[in-house]
Design a protein around this ligand. Sequence first.
Ligand code: AMP
Length: 382
Amino acid sequence: MNPTRILHPPATLGVIGGGQLGRMFLQAAQRMGYTAGVLSETEDGPGAQVAHWSIVSPPDHLPGLRLLADRAEAITVEFENVSAPALRWLARKRLVRPGWRTVWVSQNRLREKTFLESHGLPLAPWRPVRTERELIDALQTLGLPLILKTAASGYDGKGQVRVDRADDLASAWAALRKVECVAEGWVEFACEVSVVVARGADGGAVAYPVGLNRHEQHILDATVMPAPVGPIVTQEAREWALAVADALGTVGVLTVEFFLTANGHLLINEIAPRPHNSGHLTIEAAVSSQFEQQVRALCGLPMGGTDLVMPAAMVNMLGDLWSGGEPNWDAALGSDPGVKLHLYGKRTAVPGRKMGHLTVLDPDPSQALARALAARARLQRR
Ligand code: AMP
């Protein structure tokens, strides 16, 4: 594939994965005049509902990938747990962005941490855990508390155990089925922040302002942008995030999540080689959204502007909000005309499942958050 090729609308683009991230990529591509299809595991998932066409297939089945390569001129992914060999195979036929190497590094915490460390990027103290010997070594090096995380396929705090007592270490690893893990020293962070960057085919890269993230039970609950962390931390976070994208040579959108310690040090928690939940507010709040940047990078276009038109806040809506029936949309939208509703079209609301989000723009970022939280609270007023 000629990597300098530029795809103009109405070229056909494809995304592997039909969840909400795939859906918002498809919507951005369509808005720009592209034809946009999805390879989705389900016929009526969030992505397939809005796609011009869909191929129903697991993400790494060769027949499905063949069909995708037949239909799409360029292919991206909505999540990192796509088989790297499958992407490598696709890249022989079509533009694939991000490339398989970026995905391969970021789908495994051991590889990711080794990679970041080799590029001098700041991480929380960590040790690999693949054997009993390494488990003991991790305890001796990191002390307690520590957190054990499975190396592969963890997200939203799944596959993680906090260990407070040495006696609990062996059983914690056993609970993770003794799979390959990383152990991390516990970080007493002041807050969590993230930076979304977009890097084009020519290596030109741009970073959004820093987002301040609040989690509930390991799941992102709210993001405020710009984060009130001061100019030095802001600049440092954006520089590190751009450095990660450069080191990986990624083409596309990439997100770096950080812990900010009480004494002002940034430590990289993890990276995602794709648009991120903390960047959803860029749809309304930034000159170009993170999904538009994904389209631009995929097509070889220059990156768009990352400035905010106004500070903003985003709050997630999890399936829990549906526990007493359909949320009260009128109450949430009616009393604040600035509230923007995004629903992903998921048919069943399960606790912890991301069903949608609300975004509010406000000149005062903390007011944006207060208004978004108030709107979400009104959803349950029946
Ligand atoms: P992760 O899936 O690695 O992003 O972890 C999910 C959440 O668990 C993070 O957003 C933190 O709130 C918390 N967490 C993860 N690792 C650590 C750590 N080393 N120290 C303190 N909290 C952590």
